[in-house]
Design a protein around this ligand. Structure first.
Ligand code: FAD
Length: 120
């Protein structure tokens, strides 16, 4: 293991970024205001341009062009699903396991914890 105070590599940056994005989606409003929608769209669209791993950002931008976020920022459930599918696209590329993207799976992982209470 690399010491914790080293700069993040692609994997560590990825884990931190997915944690931020999925958690933000999990706490996004059920009925976002136009300003909240616009800010969420701006956040997502900034990734292809600004993400520190450039090939990652480029591929994410290609995927977002095929699956525009505009249609999915209308509610917490829709956004959580869309983001999970984008993460699965990267998982497929890297040969990692795909996730079920229903709101139950997403909330158990990113908001409420599993039903057996082991995260409490
Ligand atoms: P991660 O994929 O980081 O996932 C973290 C946790 O999220 C998992 O432990 C799991 O509990 C949960 N999870 C997994 N899948 C889902 C899902 N679909 N929905 C919700 N939760 C889920 N790496 C590269 O090598 N090449 C790339 O091109 C690349 N592109 C990336 C693009 C973006 C926008 C981001 C944010 C990251 C990218 N990464 C890329 C990093 C890569 O996705 C992983 O973060 C990294 O490989 C570490 O993987 P991990 O197995 O620890 O889990």
């Amino acid at each position: 293991r690399r010491p914790a105070d080293c700069p993040p590599d692609v994997e560590e940056l990825g884990r931190a970024t997915w944690t931020f994005l999925h958690t933000t989606a999990a706490y996004y409003p059920e009925k976002p205001t136009p300003i909240q929608r616009a800010n969420m769209l701006a956040l997502l669209k900034s990734i292809p341009m600004l993400y520190a791993c450039k090939p990652c950002g480029n591929d994410f931008g290609d995927d977002m062009s095929k699956n525009p976020a505009e249609k999915w920022v209308g509610s917490r459930e829709r956004l959580s699903w869309w983001l999970c599918e984008r993460h699965n696209e990267v998982n497929r590329k890297l040969g990692k396991k795909e996730w079920g993207c229903g709101i139950k799976e997403m909330d158990a992982r990113w908001k409420d914890g599993p039903e057996d209470g082991r995260c409490e």
